[in-house]
Design a binder for this molecule. Structure first.
Ligand code: STX
Length: 320
């Protein structure tokens, strides 16, 4: 193992613009924003962002050779440029799976490669399990299967042992009497009628996640929590999905793993991922014997970390 010193710009493809953007009404209430970049005649790849509630970012285009790929991104319900903003009604995992199908049909694409990290890995897997013939391959990063143990690890007691300093303000935002169930306590504040109560909770919730996402914390990344427009959608939607156990049975992904055995799958996982610890990637890899697992020795959770980005680009470069 050798640590190569590179910058993120050396690892990713150059920044490009979207050539087409649009909005798709997916239900009576919700409209999702989408975009296309790269080569319109290239291999279609759908990029599934994290959170849920994180929104897609222009930098995600850079994980793909723009000559080779027809890069499709979208903002899941309630976040990014999708409307209504931060809306929780009619916002659930099944709706997101159905939005992916609606978007695929809208763009007249038969099959596509699927790329997602963190919650994006969760949704990629559940999408592929429900529509296996549509997914040509899966490129997954920071595996999150959203089981009780994973939620408990990150939001209650686990990552707190490694980041006690960042955990303290997240925990102490909640009175002692409610600290026994922090997801529940945050949920009640994130759905409060009082905008200031919502915003204050969203800020602390998001700070915790941003502070723990990288092996070497990045001040720019931490600033995301100060952008309360971002933080409110991110925190509200995440917490809504988690309090509802992502609207599926416990261990849904592992229980339905047989449906995706034949889809070529690459898993890129940071060894020191505190948000989505490596055990889930390991368990998924074991359950998918044909998958390739790349355990990155010097990274945490974020796709913005150089060694994670390098492996993701290697993985997309290898897609044929
Ligand atoms: N949530 C992990 C997740 O999907 C438990 C995630 N964490 N940060 C993000 O996503 C963004 C990069 C989208 C902010």
């Amino acid at each position: 193992m050798q640590i190569v010193s590179q910058t993120i710009d050396e690892v990713l493809y150059p920044a490009i613009e979207a050539h087409t953007t649009g909005f798709l009404q997916v239900s009576d209430l919700h409209t999702i924003a989408w975009e296309r970049s790269g080569n319109p005649n290239g291999l279609p790849v759908i990029v599934i962002h994290g959170g849920p509630g994180g929104g897609s970012q222009p930098s995600y285009r850079r994980y793909f050779d723009p000559e080779k790929f027809d890069i499709i991104q979208f903002d899941q319900r309630g976040c990014g440029q999708s409307t209504p903003y931060a809306e929780l009604e009619d916002n659930n995992t099944h709706a997101s799976v159905s939005d992916l199908e609606m978007l695929r049909e809208h763009l007249d694409i038969e099959q596509w490669h699927v790329f997602g990290g963190s919650w994006g890995s969760t949704l990629s897997l559940i999408y592929a399990q429900n529509h296996p013939s549509r997914a040509l391959s899966l490129t997954l990063r920071g595996i999150f299967m959203c089981r009780k143990s994973e939620l408990h690890w990150f939001y209650q007691d686990g990552a707190s042992h490694v980041f006690p300093d960042a955990f303290e303000p997240y925990r102490d935002h909640i009175p002692l009497s409610e600290q026994g169930d922090l997801i529940k306590a945050y949920y009640s504040r994130l759905i409060s009628e009082n905008v200031e109560v919502r915003r204050a909770a969203a800020r602390e919730w998001t700070r915790w996640e941003m502070a723990t996402s990288r092996l070497f914390p990045d001040p720019e990344y931490l600033d995301k929590a100060e952008d309360l427009d971002f933080a409110v959608a991110f925190a509200r939607i995440e917490c809504h999905y988690f309090i509802n156990a992502i609207f599926v049975e416990e261990a849904y992904i592992l229980n339905h793993v047989s449906t995706i055995q034949n889809i070529p799958t690459t898993i890129v996982q940071g060894r020191y991922d505190m948000v989505c610890p490596a055990r889930s990637a390991w368990e998924l890899h074991k359950a998918l014997p044909n998958s390739k697992l790349v355990m990155v020795a010097d990274a945490g959770h974020s796709m913005g970390e150089v060694s994670i980005a390098r492996e993701l680009v290697k993985a997309t470069d290898a897609i044929q």
